[in-house]
Design a protein around this ligand. Structure first.
Ligand code: 5GP
Ligand code: MN
Length: 322
């Protein structure tokens, strides 16, 4: 198959390389951090020199993972012979300024249907629920060890992208893969608690601000989070603190959305659906973003309050919902 040949070429490149620069996306989630650390630590165990890069750094939620403290916000250029690998990002804008001055990336490993194929070798498995799962599948074939730290990073990526095995794409083979990662030393209870359950006081207060303005219209439920909410709650990150997962638990709606105001006249939109008939990545793409059928996002310039009614209307029209 195409992927068997591609996997072999990637394996050859990994074996031949000495120095690696690994990068994942801005506003990193558990799969960004988990796939970055999973491949990074596995390459280090194989004796490679590895730089792990996230333009926005590692969010507090994932600092317990081994290697998280060594993730840098920009790479150090050395001889120019680095193998550059982008993880869990569907296009190059998604990684922010992390690879400024570098040539086309050598390898991209991802699971987004919206992946643009921007690297020289693109291993994109859109049927996989997490990039970490793609890595768990291929690392052994590439001769890389799944140590307890690698297993913990990869299981974290799988847990967060499936919201704790709750998304519609979760199949029994994913649970077998997770069980295998547990056998290799990943502690499910601990990783699950850190990534998906434990929340800071400030984050829950920030949720409260968003929940107090909850809106419903037909098949859509949504809310906004403003910079003022963030300040008042003393919430330090620039995301929705996963409030969208709370919105998507509300019964009687087909799509949940959240609008998060950003500095410098920008805002971030997230879409979620549990309806297998709907593909919210199409809507995200229309607004310059991307993602998956069930979870997608976009970041844009403009005034959130002004643009919101139009985005709600277009979301309904594009998805053919009420
Ligand atoms: P979230 O809504 O949690 O930020 O992202 C949901 C999904 O959409 C993730 O898979 C994420 O990678 C993707 N996504 C979110 N924002 C963007 C964006 O601005 N551009 C692209 N291409 N994908 C995005
Ligand atoms: Mn992912």
């Amino acid at each position: 198959s195409r992927h068997a040949a591609l996997s072999k070429r990637i394996g050859d490149r990994l074996r031949a390389g000495r120095r690696f620069v690994l990068v994942s996306h801005i506003r990193p989630d558990g799969d960004a951090v988990g796939s970055l650390l999973g491949l990074g630590l596995a390459l280090e165990t194989a004796g490679k020199e590895v730089q792990m890069v996230l333009a926005d750094g590692v969010p507090e939620t994932f600092l317990h993972l081994e290697g998280a403290d060594r993730v840098r916000q920009q790479p150090q250029r050395s001889a120019g012979d680095e193998v550059v690998i982008v993880l869990d990002a569907s296009d190059l804008q998604r990684i922010g300024p992390a690879l400024e001055g570098f040539d086309q990336p050598d390898i991209c490993i991802d699971h987004h249907v919206t992946n643009t194929g921007f690297a020289r070798l693109n291993l994109v498995e859109a049927d996989m629920p997490a990039t970490a799962a793609v890595l768990a599948r291929y690392l052994p074939a590439w001769g890389l060890d799944i140590t307890p730290s690698v297993a913990s990073a990869l299981l974290t990526g799988i847990l967060t992208d499936t919201i704790g095995f709750r998304t519609t794409g979760v199949r029994s083979d994913l649970l077998r893969m997770a069980a295998d990662l547990m056998d290799r030393g990943a502690r499910l209870h601990h990783l699950y608690h850190r990534a998906l359950v434990a929340r800071r006081f400030e984050a829950v207060r920030y949720w409260g601000a968003g929940l107090s303005r909850l809106q419903a219209d037909g098949d859509l439920v949504w809310t906004t989070l403003t910079l003022a909410d963030r300040r008042q709650a003393d919430y330090q990150e620039d995301d929705d603190a996963d409030l969208v997962n709370v919105l998507s638990a509300i019964e009687g709606f087909r799509v949940a959305m959240i609008f998060v105001e950003q500095p410098a006249g920008r805002y971030k939109i997230s879409w979620r659906t549990a309806d297998p008939q709907l593909n919210v990545s199409q809507v995200a793409r229309r607004f310059g973003g991307g993602g998956h059928a069930a979870a997608a996002g976009a970041e844009r310039a403009g005034d959130l309050q002004t643009d919101l009614p139009q985005i709600v209307a277009e979301t309904k029209a594009l998805l053919g919902i009420r």
